[in-house]
Design a protein around this ligand. Sequence first.
Ligand code: NI
Length: 254
Amino acid sequence: MIFNVHTHINDDQEILEAKELIQECYDNNVNKLVVIGYDIKSSKRAIELANNYEGVYATIGIHPSEVNKEENTIEELEKLVKNKKVIAIGEIGLDYHWDNNPSKEEQQEWFIKQLIFANKYKLPIIIHSRDAMGDTVEILTKYKNMYQKGIMHCYAGSIETSKELAKLGFYFSFAGPLTYKNANQLRSVAASIPLDRLLIETDDPYLTPSPYRGKRNHPSYVIYVAKEMANLKNMTYEKLCETTYNNALKVFDL
Ligand code: NI
């Protein structure tokens, strides 16, 4: 049993093949998937997929790159949050990588707004943080009463920062980059994460793991992330899958 905690089969391309992509997951023993919303449209699609397929769950939230769009409002999130298959708020956070992203101030304001929203419904949070770890940790520390636990998705921070975040209740998920040749630093960070805080994901259609790097990612490719992680942790593949599966059940209260 394998639990992929971060997929975007709700994306414009993947949604067309969602049925096949989910079947491919089942065929590879990937029997739980969390479809992550990044704006209102994708959050609605995540819920629709979750309602239609066994073992599929949804999150709703506005990604930092999307916070300045008119249609993305807290009022719309309010309409979606009560659905039984919504198990977390995300992905939310900060992304300072792209020059044309909303301003830092606007991203931070929305990050905090959504932490407050998550707190209102007592849901865990999924954090996206790119080139913004300092401000991310600062906000998460300042607003630590707004959540109990969450996931640092595609964790790309240091070992030291992971210890701080673990104290705040965070789990750490890793995706395809773990399998890349030049990712020794990332592998040593992943290896240092305590076993009871470790998760695996794909973030498809992005970040395709080896041996498919360069092609579009599939949610079933989480098995390559699991294999790499099992090596790093000196565990059998089966044990690694079981451990991360149980961690996912715990963070999402399933
Ligand atoms: Ni994502």
